[in-house]
Structure formats: C-alpha cells, structure tokens
Design a protein around this ligand. Structure first.
Ligand code: NAI
Ligand code: MG
Length: 336
C-alpha cells in the first residue's frame, strides 16, 4: 500500500515553504498519496476553529505529516494547534538537529541533536488564567522522562560520537527537574552512556561558545524550544532548522520557525528548514541515502552563494526550491 502523507501548509510563510518541501517528497516518494489538511489562523477565521476533531482524525490517518507553521489566533480561549496535535498524536520526542552546512572558520562543522520532551513540562496545557493571578502547571513524570531519555540514548549510540549525553535542566530552582535529571541519568547508565547535567541558562551560552563539545542534548519542553532557537545562530538562522516530532505511532515533520508574518507574502522565506524537515521524513522511512543527498545538495547551493536573503543571497523561495531539485537530479544521475 502506498504511503499517505498529510500536508499542512498553515499560515504566513507556511504556504510558501511547504510546496518546496513537497517537491522533494514527491521526487523521492513517487507512489505516495499526498493530501492537504487545513489548520491555523486562516481556518479559525473561516470556521471559528483552528484545528477540529476531524482534522486530528485525518492527521492520525497519515503515515507522516509535513507541516509549515501556524499563526496564533487572537483568541483568549485558543488552544495551541501544535500542543493539541502533539498531545493527541502523542508525539513525545521533538528531534531538532543543529547541523551547519557552511564550515566554521576552523574548518569544523556544528553537528548536534537537541532531544526535547514534547508532551509535558511547561507546555502541559494545564493553566488557570485569571485577572489577578495566572498559573501554568509544569509537569515532569518519571514515565515521560524515561521515554525521552531512551530516545536520546538510542540517538547517542546511533550517532556513535563521544557517547556522552548532556542533560539540560534547572534543578537548582525547579525541583521537578531533579526527577528529569535523575531519570535521564538512570536510563543513560542502563545504556552504558555517561551523562553531564548542565543548567540550561549556562548551557545556552556554552553551546554557542563551544558547539563542538556537544553531541546529543536532552531537555524538557520549553527549555528545548528556547535552546533550539538559540542554536539557530550556529547554522545561519531559523530558516535553516528542521525538526521531527516522533511518537510510537505517528510522525510529524516541521521547520523550527514560525509563520514569520514580517516576511510572509514576499516570496523571500528560506525554504531550507522545511526541505530539511522533508529530508528527516525520508530518513524516518529508511531512506537515509536520499536524505543525505538532499542535505548535500542544499550545502552545495548555499556554499556557492545560491540562497535566500536571510543568508545574504537573492533567490526567492521558489527559485531556490527549483534550483535545489535540479541539483538533486544531477547528483542522482552522477550516482547511477
Ligand atoms: P518566527 O519563527 O515566525 O520568526 C522569527 C524571525 O525569524 C522573524 O524575523 C522571521 O522573519 C525570521 N524567519 C523565520 N523563519 C524564516 C525563514 N524560513 N526564512 C527567513 N526568515 C525566517 O517566530 P515569531 O515571529 O516569534 O512568531 C510568528 C508567529 O509564528 C506567531 O504567531 C507564533 O505563535 C507562530 N509560531 C508558530 C510556530 C509553529 O507553527 N511551529 C513556531 C513558532 C512560532
Ligand atoms: Mg520555538
């Protein structure tokens, strides 16, 4: 049976970058069946709902989902579409590779993986909002920490680099983080992996100063969200960072960036984050070679100055996407 891929363009630059990612998927997944699901602000304006139970059902029916970005509607009762999807599909592991395509001045490349717990922490969705006092419950469970630690440890082994897992936490202030740290350490020792627990604020600076000291970093939900945007600095900005949201039964691929209303509609958004997210989907389907080919093709273009304005170039979103497909095809021909 052919794969069923849900395509969610969303809002802002989502509908600009996702077609470029879809071109790559269609190129490699020739038998797949692509179907669109509309979510986000535009849908909320039309129907009063940014993501309905029917939409969730459709997403659950897909083998994988490629997603652009959504804008937060101006509604006090609005529940984040992404939080809803991550909870409903139990996408507990948010994998955010931080890989530079341009060499550093010393010739090295940044290559680390942020493994962010994606269903609890400060994004539990458990909130009491008042006019005098508002609270959000930060949830850390042993089971939630264990499964994300297991994911992180298997990535440490797969990447086979320094066999150390860094745990980003803030246990000096947030006692809930001690459960997270200790569970991650327990799991890591059962995998034979050493751990180093680092306070998240210090970690944000150290990853920028010494990125090559890092391989896999596991952390809680909001810390992972912030840390990955910080790491955008190492790779050329938010237009470069892909991500995968993985559960035991569903997989959802999206750029780290949002809907970027400041540049939406201008045709200048960098599609690389979305395309790399598509490449992560290929890898999820066991097509590692094809995913590498996409990465190499993006690197070739960017290193020869072919890029969108955020990286100092003058390509449009779609012209970059077209040139990318051309490079991918050329590389394939050479390999045959
Ligand atoms: P953002 O990621 O949309 O933009 C931050 C900055 O990065 C902007 O200056 C933007 O122009 C730039 N940027 C982002 N992606 C780019 C790309 N592909 N190419 C070139 N430049 C790019 O974050 P912001 O401004 O905080 O949020 C805007 C909206 O997006 C909000 O409504 C927010 O709720 C939503 N959002 C949605 C996310 C999602 O759907 N996964 C994630 C983050 C924010
Ligand atoms: Mg973010």
């Amino acid at each position: 049976m052919s794969l069923r891929i849900a395509v969610v363009k969303g809002d802002g630059i989502g509908p600009e970058v996702i077609p470029e990612a879809q071109k790559i998927l269609e190129h490699f997944l020739t038998d797949a069946d692509f179907f669109e699901v509309e979510l986000g602000l535009a849908k909320w304006e039309k129907t009063g709902s940014a993501c309905s139970p029917d939409d969730i059902r459709e997403l659950k029916g897909a083998d994988a989902i490629i997603f652009g970005a959504v804008t937060t509607p101006p509604d006090p009762d609005y529940r984040s579409v992404l939080l809803q999807i991550r909870h409903e599909l139990d996408l507990y592991a948010n994998l955010r590779p931080i890989r530079s395509l341009r060499p550093n001045p010393d010739g090295s490349f940044v290559d680390m993986m942020i493994v962010r717990e994606n269903t609890e922490g400060l994004y539990s969705g458990i909130e009491e909002i008042g006019t005098e006092r508002s609270t959000t419950l930060r949830v850390v469970t042993k089971a939630g920490s264990r499964r994300i630690a297991e994911k992180a440890c298997s990535l440490v082994l797969e990447r086979d680099r320094n066999h150390q897992l860094v745990i980003g936490y803030k246990g000096n202030v947030l006692k809930s983080d001690l459960l997270f740290r200790d569970t991650c350490s327990e799991v890591a020792s059962s995998f034979g992996i050493q751990t180093k627990a680092v306070f998240i604020d210090a970690l944000c600076l150290d990853v920028l100063q010494h990125p090559n000291n890092y391989d896999v970093i596991v952390t809680t939900n909001m810390f992972g969200d912030i840390l990955s945007d910080v790491c955008g600095y190492l790779t050329g900005g938010l237009g470069m960072l892909p991500s995968a949201n993985i559960g035991d039964t569903h997989a959802f691929f999206e750029p780290v960036h949002g809907s970027a209303p400041d540049i939406a509609g201008k045709g200048i958004a960098n599609p690389v984050a979305a395309v790399r997210s598509a490449a992560m989907m290929l890898e999820y389907f066991g097509m590692k070679q094809q995913a590498c080919l996409v990465e190499e093709s993006i690197a070739d273009l960017i290193n020869s100055g072919v890029c969108t304005p955020d990286l100092g170039g003058c390509e449009s979103t779609s012209s970059f996407g077209s040139r990318l497909i051309a490079v991918v095809c050329k590389k394939e021909e050479r390999k045959i």
